[in-house]
Design a binder for this molecule. Sequence first.
Ligand SMILES: [Zn+2]
Length: 428
Amino acid sequence: MKRLLLLVPHNAASRIRNGGSWGKITYRISDADNVGAIIALSIGNGPVIPTPLEPKNHFLCSGDTCSGQLWYRADPDLHAMWWNARRLNKACQLEAFKNCIAGGWRNPPSTGSYLALTFSPDAPAKFPDVDITEFAAWLVTAEGVTPVAVEVQSSKVGMAQLSATWPTKTMSEISVLVIGLGSIGGAAAHALAEYGVGTLRLLDPDRLLAHNLVRHVGPPEGVGRLKVDVIKQQLAALRADTVVETHPWDVIESAHLVRGLLLSVDLVLCAADGVAARRVVSHLARRAKKDAVLACVLADGSFGEVIRLRPWHDHGCLVCRRATLADKGGIDPEPGLDAGYGTGTTHRPMTAVGGDLHLLGRLAAKTAVATVLERRGHTDQKLPGEHLLLALRPEIGWAPPFDLTRNGETRWLPHTPPRPGCPTCEPA
Ligand SMILES: [Zn+2]
């Protein structure tokens, strides 16, 4: 059995840091998991005040309660003993432990034990070369004192933890419209939240159905709900930093509403399957002067594709791009995309596997984040091109640029210009 771990909530740690030399603690424990968490404490003989465990549905909130345990302010040498005893998997002598305690000492019962949390604010500075912490925990018995692993919750949680190495503040100001919350779009929404995108606007009229589960990030208990609501609930639990709005609309039928939404976002990521939906997004994004990232799988999961469309005068729209590639001897896979998938009309089962679809969704999210950050001056976010092809299970014999032959092979292509007379690319 793994050694006992004691969780110390942030507010419990700050109350101990704020004063006193000892106090009582109450904790909850799960014997099956061998984990405990402090849920209340006192300063000296004062009242024992709750220090609630977060989140409210934490598994230990239903654990067994153990009151009458103790915390002590302690000498830094005690925490060096704790570190060493853990390393050697040994117990320490009761007398040595007692000599390091500042006050409030209680002898252990003749049989059994109590749990003690010790606080030594000077310990990390006194032993800078080893990882000795300001909090330690122990099981105190008449025979000796055994170290207990301890984890103190940081006051900095969520994306703020990454602020030294990732532009979390800029990301929190960004909003992305995700159109199509199927297997690719669901994974993309998760990834966008993980990158710290502040606001996600999710647009999809479809419900999560049982046959989706083998590929979708949604859980079985969500079957029957709107996909946008399933993703919103997941993100609330996993990425509480992210603001999520839901729009159960069809992008074609509600194009007039999507126009309005586009004004309030930095970028649109489209993972809708239908050819028509992708063309509508290409058109609306260009008219709104917004960047668009389109992701799909081709040839029943043989290839993945991420296209970035910029609203710039020398960059063509989706239709122009396909036509230019076809003129160069390439193929136009767009008509082969299943127009009816998810609409209940011509449901052709896709053969792509969930992992590949999620990989593509994540690549689309990466492309979207890089696009927005580069626009905001992060030159390290520059991408190799505008059109990414990824071989998932390549079919041999496709014309360039789809002539990838090895599983996992990637190819980035440059942009192509608008074509004369294009109703999307020509100024309105
Ligand atoms: Zn065009």
